[in-house]
Design a protein around this ligand. Structure first.
Ligand code: HEM
Length: 446
């Protein structure tokens, strides 16, 4: 890749071997090819080397944000945000106005993460959600450009020079935003961030750790900002893109759409006398789950998982020297004909246990949209809750037509870190359920 040697792993059994047998050896992250690591230098979590700092932050994520107990506690936040999202769609439906689905879903995802991790709401009035959205998009755009620039060999200095304005402005804007949130948290806890009683979110906890000279790990203010930025960058775009892909496939396959709606009606009642789908309903909606899995298999938001080999080891008969960068090719693995029958076909049925023609030759490996091993995505459970509930609610409450009058969605993809639709999915939602389904959900004022 550019001037960096990388071993590309496209075979399901070899990826499986890396994630299971050599998990610790491959728990490293490659040196970033971006010369001056974007934004907060090398203080981040996603790119942190496997070691004490990464283990501590992982523990924080697992216990304070994404544990089953914490996810149950924050369920009402996600339900409220989903109802708010459905209300915004209802207004569009009333006005026969078009919706850019990605924008609306990004607002939903940003609001959920802001509220869960920082007890902060993005106000619709002052366009805070839009500010986040713009910044997250600008950061992703800049990161991609810098990565491409780093591959230009002798011209990379020129490329960097051309990006210098953007590379100064975007980090400064994010820094300002996160510094403001940190200050609010400090004011709330009396300036010292050391009042246990006020400790109600992850940002409070990390601020306390950063001020504790006896803390098990040294966490700096820069680390905290980098960590929250990582959560945004790793969590919002991916979840949004995955949901957009599920909806694009459903619009292109009306018979599948109808079957998902029927499954929902059978479980929670028809559109007129039903209620809003709950996270606890998901285990009882197997076809919906299959539909989400199939869209994630065909269109994984993260197409390549970057890892680094921490010690020389042998994988599938190949010696991989210590320090080698490894790219696990999620896209190819999830379309490998050795694992999947007609791998390029859309067939949610392949994920149904009862299916005669399972559409899947092997149940070992081959489905890795969240990576694997100890560096597997920490937000996968939450992402799946949000995707399932958002899709179920959109199918239950609305009919969907494309704004341009076309019958099917153009499935061309973008080149970037995340696999996304090249053209925005702009739709006309038509309300088909009683508004009480989502209006009855109590929504706190912003
Ligand atoms: C559909 C949605 C998502 C997809 C497809 C996805 C995918 C991934 C993948 C492939 C990785 C790399 C795993 C590996 O190296 O094996 C990853 C890592 C990560 N993801 Fe996600 N992710 C999603 C949602 C989220 C959410 C909602 C969050 C948090 C709010 C999140 C936070 C992270 C973090 C912090 C890491 C780094 C973990 C580490 O290095 O230990 N992701 N994700």
């Amino acid at each position: 890749m550019g001037s960096y040697p990388v071993v590309l792993v496209s075979s399901p059994p070899l990826a499986d071997e890396i994630f299971r047998e050599h998990d610790v050896s491959f728990a490293g992250k490659p040196e970033s090819p971006l010369a001056d690591r974007l934004l907060f230098g090398d203080s981040g979590f996603v790119t942190a080397p496997y070691g004490e700092y990464w283990r501590f932050m992982k523990k924080m994520c697992v216990t304070e944000l994404f544990s089953t107990r914490q996810l149950e506690r924050s369920r009402s936040v996600r339900r409220e945000e989903l109802a708010r999202f459905l209300r915004r769609l209802a207004m569009k439906s009333q006005a026969t106005a078009a919706v850019d689905l990605r924008d609306e879903l990004l607002t939903l995802g940003n609001n959920i993460i802001c509220r869960m991790a920082m007890s902060m709401k993005c106000s619709e009035e002052d366009n805070e959600a839009k500010r986040y959205r713009t910044l997250v998009n600008a950061t992703r755009d800049l990161t991609l450009k810098m990565l491409l620039t780093s591959m230009l060999g002798p011209f990379k200095k020129l490329g960097r020079f051309m990006l210098r304005k953007q590379a100064t402005e975007v980090p400064a804007r994010f820094d300002e935003l996160l510094e403001g949130i940190l200050k609010k948290h400090e004011e709330r806890s009396g300036g010292g961030a050391d009042d246990e009683t006020n400790c109600d979110d992850l940002m409070d906890i990390l601020l306390r750790v950063s001020k504790d000279p006896n803390a098990e790990v040294n966490v700096t203010r820069k680390n905290i900002k980098a960590f929250f930025l990582d959560l945004f960058l790793a969590g919002t775009g991916t979840t949004t893109d995955a949901t957009v892909w599920v909806m694009a496939e459903l619009i292109n396959h009306p018979e599948v759409f109808k079957r998902v709606r029927k499954e929902i009606h059978d479980l929670i009642g028809s559109s007129n006398n039903g209620r809003l789908v709950e996270e606890t309903d998901i285990p009882n909606l197997p076809y919906l789950q299959a539909v989400v899995k199939e869209a994630m298999r065909l269109h994984p938001p993260v197409v390549v998982v970057p890892r680094a080999c921490r010690e020389t080891c042998n994988v599938g008969g190949f010696d991989i020297p210590k320090g080698t960068a490894v790219a696990i090719n999620v896209y190819s693995i999830m379309r490998d004909p050795a694992v999947w029958v007609n791998p390029d076909d859309y067939s949610p049925e392949r994920f149904l246990k009862s299916s005669d023609d399972s559409g899947r030759r092997s149940h070992h490996g081959g489905f890795i949209p969240f990576g694997g091993g100890r560096r597997m995505c920490v937000g996968s459970a939450m992402a799946l809750s949000v995707i399932h509930c958002a899709v179920a609610a959109m199918v239950h409450c609305y009919d969907w037509k494309l704004e341009n009058g076309e019958e099917s969605v153009n499935m061309e993809t973008t080149l970037g870190f995340n696999m996304a639709l090249a053209k925005p999915l702009v739709c006309l939602p038509k309300l088909v359920c009683a508004e009480s389904v989502f209006q009855s959900v109590e929504v706190s004022s912003l």
